[in-house]
Design a protein around this ligand. Structure first.
Ligand SMILES: [Zn+2]
Length: 376
């Protein structure tokens, strides 16, 4: 188990404008009472437990739920008070989000409940209106509840904008474990992406492109991957501690992105492939699962120890077979085919995707990495 003793800087709700110095900046999480190792992360305030939102509603007063049908159906029956309004998340185009912000009841708190699109929508409403913000992630699949900017879908790609810090992130283990275990395990994707992201960052730095190398940040990112190795079996076993450790990784990653001013250590060609997949197919699957596929694919094309992310994903019990994910090999290959021009069109960071050449051997290697039976 890993216990980190680095200097901790906590970004509290008092600090909405980007400065890293605030009145809460020397807070260090106490060790857990049972003495077991939990990653000591920096980042937004988090409350781990069960049923926290129900207890918080009195304090919130009028509130708007920004959510998705499944998590809302699970959480709503246990709440003592209904929201003023339920806003369905899903459409992340800026024009739609701005219309939602204009229609937000004055003085209402915004509570994001669900996956990445709910978190991102809630962040944007907070960013535009200054409403109080509480985030209740339903899966540990996204770091969206721990990052400040909203991932807007704009112009056929993704654009990050805004600066939102929630009052608190409520990690409700009952809500999390109400999802199938494999989906919870899919939450590793945005941490596993450090494996390929670091490699691409090194390529970019060596090429003199984008953000220069930062060894301290890179070392931290390697620690997240070591943590994943440790928490993977806990996730597979349905252990709260696995969720907590994974969320602490996401939390620290959100902090590090903000501190560095970029996300190169955790966002590289695996994410770019995922965006290209969304672009060529016009649809998406759960973000963490899509990014995990991207890591397995791109680590192969990077010649970057693809066995490690494969081992972690399998140990965690994440779904990676295309059949399970409802993805066809043709879609994977089409996204790969489009990838080199896509990263140029979108002006994405330099990575192995730039100038990527895919001969039959390379495609066959990806096929094997994804356990797709070879074509006749
Ligand atoms: Zn991501």
């Amino acid at each position: 188990m890993v216990v980190r003793a680095t200097v901790i800087t906590r970004i509290g709700p008092a600090n909405r404008l980007g400065s890293l110095t605030n009145r809460d900046n020397d807070h260090v999480d106490p060790p857990p009472p049972d003495g077991s190792g939990v990653i000591v992360a920096r980042g937004f305030d988090v409350d781990y437990g069960r049923g926290q939102l129900a207890r918080m509603l009195d304090d919130l007063g009028s509130w708007v739920a920004v959510t998705q049908p499944e998590p809302w159906a699970l959480l709503a029956p246990g709440l003592p008070a209904e929201p003023d309004r339920v806003v369905w998340a899903g459409d992340l185009r800026p024009r739609h989000l701005d219309r939602l912000a204009a229609e937000l009841p004055a003085g209402a708190a915004v509570v994001g409940i669900g996956g990445g699109s709910a978190m991102d929508t809630a962040k944007w409403l907070h960013h535009r209106t200054g409403a109080r913000l509480v985030q209740v992630p339903s899966l540990p699949s996204v770091d969206a509840c721990f990052t400040r900017m909203t991932a807007l879908r704009d112009g056929g790609g993704v654009r990050y904008e805004g600066d939102s810090v929630p009052d608190v992130v409520l990690v409700d283990f009952d809500l999390i474990w109400s999802a199938p275990r494999a989906l919870v395990a899919g939450g590793i994707g945005d941490v596993l992406s450090c494996h390929t992201g670091l490699h691409d960052w090194a390529l970019g730095a060596a090429a003199g492109r984008d953000a220069p190398w930062d060894e301290t940040a890179a070392a931290r990112a390697r620690e997240y991957l070591d943590d994943l190795e440790q928490l993977a079996p806990l996730l597979a076993a349905g252990d709260d501690q696995g969720v907590r450790m994974l969320m602490e990784c996401h939390r620290d990653i959100g902090w590090l992105c903000h501190d560095l001013g970029h996300a190169r250590f955790e966002e590289g060609s695996e994410h770019f492939w995922a965006y290209a997949f969304e672009h060529v197919t016009g649809r998406t699957i759960m973000h963490g699962e899509l990014v995990t596929l991207g890591v397995l694919t791109m680590s192969t094309l990077q010649d970057n120890d693809p066995e490690r992310p494969r081992r972690i994903a399998d140990t965690a019990g994440a779904r990676t077979d295309l059949d399970q994910l409802g993805v066809s090999w043709d879609e994977v290959a089409a996204a790969l085919d489009r990838l080199p021009s896509f990263v140029e069109d979108q002006g994405l960071w330099y990575s192995v995707a730039n100038g990527l050449e895919l001969g039959p051997d390379r495609l066959a290697a990806v096929r094997r990495a994804l356990r797709v039976p070879s074509a006749g």
